[in-house]
Design a protein around this ligand. Structure first.
Ligand code: PLP
Ligand code: COI
Length: 338
């Protein structure tokens, strides 16, 4: 096997040995199939290519000190994919099938699970696409579910280090009653231009404001936002953000640490009162925010003056990682040993 420098991995694609597939035809899901091809045979009129019938998920597998592989909350990803399917008129994949596919693809690619000491993980990427041909705007009748894996390091190049983010008032990611709560490709297409602009300006991500009033904090690039003040964990309530499984887990951990959790609208001005701020997600884990610049309004909110994460972010990050790697007891049954 090629030598992988596990601790130098970034968040990118690496070819692994196998992927797992399942087709939906004639109104039902078939059996799981194993493939060693990275390619898909696709009709040029497939609805995923024209009308965005595509949903994906992202979850991670961690190797513990004991050498066991642990997957984090995969039932939640399975259920969220079902919700995405309802959102864009695709057939729901049974939770058991999703979990069986994850177990199978991880087992088949076991040699790609990074060792405990590296701090890296195996990223699992399930996707479900409309395969059937349509020219009129309507759902396909055939679908394909695939799961592939790739070993990954940190999403942001500096890892657990405060990073600057930017508000770009000229862009929205999702409409209040649109598809923002679903994990569908279209939302990411809608975020690319703003994302590239942010990178050009030296920021790692865009902090979106709500699309209707441009008043409240919404999604933070490919992650949820949270702020900390007065022993409170505060995260946006919004109809246009993805219900993050990481955020849901951190809310529980924050409560366990004696903090009050508030899920509510966060007016932009309130950012000035936060002691810490961060983005959270499977890829981002907990990434502390150094500062938020609202460049069109000439405002700036600074959370880290010395380039170091705040104490609450630090505690939450370490507690979450400890559960994921099996270093501390899994009190809530979040982890499945594969
Ligand atoms: N928001 C967006 C837009 C995302 O792409 C993700 C990543 O999945 C998240 C939030 C975080 O969700 P989770 O913690 O379930 O990975
Ligand atoms: C994840 O955190 O798993 C994501 O899907 C974020 C991004 C890579 C799309």
């Amino acid at each position: 096997m090629e030598n992988i420098n596990w601790s130098e991995l970034s968040f990118g694609y690496m070819k692994t040995d196998y992927n797992v597939r399942c087709y939906y035809r004639d109104g039902k899901w078939g059996e799981l199939e194993v493939s060693s091809s990275e390619l898909i045979n696709l009709h040029m009129a497939s609805t995923c290519l024209h009308y965005g019938q595509e949903s994906f998920e992202g979850l991670k597998v961690f190797k513990g000190k004991d050498g066991k592989a642990r997957v984090f909350r995969m039932d939640e990803n399975a259920k969220r994919m079902q919700s995405s399917c309802r959102g864009i008129m695709m057939p729901e994949l049974p939770v058991e099938k999703f979990e069986e596919a994850v177990r199978k693809v991880v087992k088949l690619n076991e040699r790609f699970i990074p060792p405990y000491e590296s701090g890296a993980s195996l990223y699992v990427r399930p996707l479900l696409i409309g395969l059937g041909a349509q020219v009129g705007v309507r759902p396909a009748t055939e679908y394909l579910f695939i799961v592939f894996v790739t070993p990954v390091g940190p999403y942001f190049k500096d890892g657990f280090k405060p990073t600057p983010v930017v508000i770009l008032r000229g862009y929205d990611r999702a409409a209040p009653l649109g598809t923002g709560t679903y994990k569908v490709g279209g939302n990411y297409a809608a975020s690319l231009a703003a994302g590239e602009k942010a990178h050009e300006l030296g920021y790692s991500a865009v902090l979106y404001l709500d699309a209707k009033e441009k008043k409240y904090v919404d999604e933070c690039g490919p992650a949820n936002f949270f702020g900390i003040k007065d022993n409170k964990y505060i995260t946006p309530q919004s109809t246009s953000i993805l219900p993050s499984i990481t955020n849901k887990s951190l809310m529980q951990l924050a409560e366990d640490m004696g903090m009050t959790v508030e899920r509510r609208q966060i007016p932009e001005d309130e950012l000035a009162t936060f002691e810490e701020a961060a983005e959270c997600g499977t890829a981002a884990v907990v990434t502390p925010i150094e500062r938020i610049d609202d460049i069109d309004e000439n405002k700036s909110y600074v959370f880290s003056k010395d380039g170091k994460p705040g104490p609450v972010c630090e505690k939450l990050y370490h507690q979450l990682r400890a559960i994921q790697y099996g270093d501390v007891p899994d009190q809530y049954g979040w982890v499945t040993i594969l």
